[in-house]
Design a protein around this ligand. Sequence first.
Ligand code: ZN
Length: 424
Amino acid sequence: MRDVLGGMTRPALALALLAAAFGAAAQDFPVDIPGITADPSRPPPVGLLLPEVELPDLVTPLAILDRLVVPGTRLQLEWRPRGGISNAEIASPVVVARGAMAGPVLCLTAGVHGDEINGVEIVRRISHAIDPTRLSGTVIGVPIVNVFGYSRGSRYLPDRRDLNRSFPGTRQGSIASRIADGFFQDIVKHCDMLVDFHTGSFARSNLPQVRADLTNPDVLEFTRGFGATVVLHSPGNRGMLRVAATAVGIPAVTFEAGAPTRLEPAEIAEAVAAIDRLLVKLEMLEDPDAGLAPPTDVAAVALEAPEPAPIFLDSRWVRANSGGLLISQVALGQRVLAGQKLGRVINPVTNVQRYILAPVAGRVIGMAQNQAVLPGYAAFHLGTETSEQQAVSEAAKPHGPEVVAEDSDERPDSVKESDGEDFE
Ligand SMILES: [Zn+2]
């Protein structure tokens, strides 16, 4: 974690304050500072005793996007890619809540894919709801990273490139690479941790879930803060925002919630609640339940007890083996048994219908919306629960079992049969 005191330790801070208080006069006689002097038997000069009170952590204004955000305030700034790329576009809003107390910088980003608007609302809601006077640390919310795609209702940039395959980017690269570089330098470099919000893609929907590289200890620790949210091991693809951020020492995860092109209140609320829990876990906000009397009767205790965060590792996509109209018979989040019917595919020409069966027991963590499909279409994503310990040891294996693959849709030929079809 970055030193929020700007590298200034407490003794150094005390010295600096003393030097400022006494100025040149302090050089006219030897100064012994209590607690720092090598000779504790000598009494300190009169008037130089430090007060007994704890020095509060120093919170400085945050310098970002050519502005200063002072502690205890929120400021909405604008970000534009450098080099005149965005002349005709709206600016990307950047909401900075600088806490009154010291703490880490948590960045929340969404809309890297412009059609994934659940995340836009999630980040907007959290960023504007946080009370900076009660916050320890800083929350930087960027609800619409890819304003180009957002204004067109598109996943992509104007050149059809995927911004989430372009990080950290370069100054001299493609349009996507330059936009990524600008965002990385202007925003991401300020973060101590980052959550990037996405949804399922191409008419698929995801149960709210964190995707993280569990082989990275800092990322693993970060995932423990989301409470009862599904966590999937996923090393991610080159060019993803979370992969690039983690590579420079900023633990980062993707948070998937729902489907693209729509606003889903339940998924949005679940994600907002997960971030609220994260802020408490990171000690950036006080636990609203702290200090409340614990429930006394057993039933109430059972209701109050938080569900442990399940971790799914052995996830797999179940495909349609015939073409036609896909109609699901399960819901997101539902637990299914091996052999259970997940849905059916009806051929409207031959009037034949076939069922898609669950090959294993598990929980539906992603699924296609009802639609016309071709044989081979990935229709249901099943996750099998495992322990954190098991998830981490499986993730560490060089050729572990199938994990959530996130191959780029720009290279469909490279997608292996065993790969999933989740495009973060
Ligand atoms: Zn996405």
